[in-house]
Design a protein around this ligand. Structure first.
Ligand code: ATP
Ligand code: MG
Ligand code: FE
Length: 343
């Protein structure tokens, strides 16, 4: 069977065709980063318009590249939320039209379930598993007791990791999105400026990154006031070390407490070299199997949406044509087997 998936939750227009749940036949991603860069971040109205401009072309490209005919598509999956509502709407409308035209089921899919199940495209997942989700809008520890069952055991109380990276990068006058630049500078640095770590309550799996971000801004202000040069590399290194320390220590502690058989890293920040290396090291020491998707499957793409939609395809949970884009869709509520099937 073939699932066609559409992802338009933020600033990437993406369409993928995936065979039998895991075989990626095409995964076309058109990024709007160049358009948004001069504004220093994603401008929602522009994002929606760009999705409208590119969705038809990307759809045709993905089908052509997959080498399938439209009649071979068995279901259409689309990111229903969370994300920018105007951006999501473009994908949802396109998916409904296609499902109607081809007379196949429609599967509304959760964006973060997609980030997590990107790992299914590279290997078998062993349950119970723990996912460390680090993206532009989310920082969460998600326990998967069984396939498609999501329980959030920790989440950020303020900024997401990717958001903190982008804000720190902006303060250091680096281009948007800043994560990859801060990552590179942290690796080039000769030393690090020691920055605080927000551990929160001893038992907590929650995160907080606004204090760390403020500490970076305070250091930049201090240097500016004294007329000293800003030690950008050392700051990037100190920032990255604090982030990596906190997220990896909490993930390993949760993995132990819940007795999981596998750790899954995912989300755009999973592209971070330092984070990948540290987590790999810690999991090897602990004898815990770890999956990390390649970079192209860490940042937003439609193949991961197909991988998550496959859970609902196999359980026969489909949506009707009145599916609505939802800016704040809950991950736990999207769990397989919990849907209210209307038909
Ligand atoms: P969400 O998935 O929470 O809705 P999003 O889709 O906007 O948010 P992603 O596309 O998953 O986010 O990830 C984008 C984020 O990843 C950006 O904040 C970007 O700076 C960050 N990022 C990308 N590469 C790296 C890297 N090497 N190091 C750190 N951060 C990175
Ligand atoms: Mg993006
Ligand atoms: Fe994302």
């Amino acid at each position: 069977y073939h699932l066609l998936a559409i992802e338009t939750s933020c600033d990437e227009t993406s369409v993928a065709v995936v065979r039998n749940g895991t075989e990626v036949l095409s995964n076309v991603v058109s990024s709007q980063i160049d358009t948004h860069r001069r504004f220093g971040g994603v401008v929602p109205e522009i994002a929606s318009r760009k999705h409208v401009e590119s969705i038809t072309v990307i759809l045709e490209e993905a089908i052509a590249e997959a080498g399938v005919s439209p009649e071979q598509i068995d279901a259409v999956a689309v990111t229903q939320g969370p994300g920018l509502v105007g951006a999501l709407l473009v994908g949802v409308v396109a998916a409904k039209s296609l499902a109607l035209a081809l007379d196949v089921p429609l599967i509304g899919t959760h964006h973060i379930a997609g980030h997590i199940y990107a790992n299914r495209l590279i290997g078998e997942i062993r349950y119970p598993a723990l996912a460390l989700v680090v993206s532009g809008g989310h920082t969460e520890l998600v326990l998967l007791e069984s396939e498609g069952r999501f329980r959030i055991v920790g989440r950020t109380r303020d900024d997401a990791v990717g958001e903190a990276y982008d804000k720190v990068a902006r303060a250091l006058s680096l281009p948007y999105p800043g994560g990859p630049h801060v990552d590179r500078m942290a690796h080039e640095a000769e030393d690090a400026i020691e920055l605080p770590r927000a551990w929160l309550e001893p038992e907590s799996y929650d995160f907080s990154f606004s204090g760390l971000k403020s500490a970076v801004l305070a250091e930049i202000n201090r240097a500016n006031m004294k007329g000293e040069p800003i030690r950008a590399h050392a700051l990037a290194r100190g920032f990255q070390e604090s982030v990596i320390d906190v997220v990896t220590v909490k993930a390993m502690r949760a993995a132990r407490e819940y007795g999981v058989r596998q750790l899954l890293l995912c989300g755009g920040v999973a592209a971070n070299k330092g984070l990948r290396a540290r987590l790999t090291e810690l999991c090897e020491e602990a004898g815990l199997p770890l999956l990390i998707p390649p970079h192209s499957l860490c940042t937003d793409n439609a193949a991961m949406i197909a991988a998550a939609a496959d859970l609902k395809w196999r359980s026969g949970e489909f949506d009707t044509l009145d599916l609505k884009a939802e800016a704040q869709l809950s991950l736990e509520d999207w769990s397989v087997g919990t849907a209210v099937v209307t038909e």
